[in-house]
Design a protein around this ligand. Structure first.
Ligand code: F6R
Length: 241
């Protein structure tokens, strides 16, 4: 693991964007694995800036997102589909047919999830996977558990995640109870991984991921086994290392 400590989120975003842009410029049809949440937003901002400056094109790039809520439509303001379009896709020259955000409402979840993993393999596998990390060490929607998860699957969200998401929805009953997420195995199949985290609230998870034992009690700890991982964090997130 390469662990780099930065002064602020702009520096983190610039460093992560540089790796992604260099990859796309050396491999025009690169496959990117993307995350939602606050952590990658400065990275997406920098990518948009470099695109606007004519320094990179995404016209042959394909993307696969980590996860999506069930029970709300893709058009919902809280969907990860909407998040990705507002924060990245609407501002660069990526083709809509090359964008893959899991369908949160598949007719047959098991078949759909297997097909999602197959489409990643068929595309050639993810060249760079962008990740955030939860306070409890989750990656994607893979929460602490007894076993590491495998491929993409439909997950029941934990009470704490549902509770945390309430602020985004007008009615409590609208808060999604399930999500589709790439499993831990699908995530670590990526050739290169950039994990981004900021703030004191992430310090324990960062400590456990890097220094703890490899255990599904901290799903991100699996990254210790991967041979091409960049951990880009600020001083607060690094404070327990
Ligand atoms: C997002 C995802 C989550 C987040 C994590 C951190 O697609 O899968 O695992 O990366 O919850 O979220 P932020 O960045 O908002 O702190």
């Amino acid at each position: 693991m390469e662990v780099k400590i930065f002064n602020n989120s702009t520096e983190i975003g610039n460093a992560a964007a540089e790796i992604i842009i260099n990859k796309v410029n050396s491999k025009n049809d690169a496959i990117l694995g993307l995350a939602t949440g606050a952590s990658p937003v400065p990275t997406y901002k920098k990518i948009i800036e470099e695109y606007n400056n004519g320094n990179v094109s995404f016209k042959d790039v394909k993307t696969f997102n980590l996860d999506e809520y069930c029970s709300i439509p893709a058009s919902d303001r809280n969907s990860y589909y909407t998040f990705m379009h507002e924060n990245l896709f609407n501002h660069i020259d990526i083709k809509e047919e090359n964008v893959h955000v899991p369908n949160g409402n598949p007719e047959n979840a098991e078949e759909y999830c297997a097909a999602y993993d197959e489409s990643i393999v068929a595309a050639g596998g993810i060249d760079i996977q962008v990740l955030g990390i939860g306070r409890n060490g989750h990656i994607g929607f893979n929460e602490p558990a007894d076993e590491f998860t495998a491929g993409t699957y439909k997950v029941k969200l934990t009470d704490s995640t549902i509770e945390a998401n309430k602020i985004y929805f007008d009615h409590e009953e609208d808060v999604p109870r399930y999500a589709i997420t790439m499993g831990v195995q699908s995530i670590i199949n990526a050739k290169e991984i950039i994990l981004i985290a900021e703030g004191k609230a992430k310090a324990q998870a960062i400590h456990d991921m890097i220094k703890g034992e490899i255990s599904p009690a901290c799903p991100a700890s699996i990254l210790q086994k991967h041979n091409n991982v960049h951990i880009f964090i600020d001083k607060d997130a690094a404070s327990l290392l």
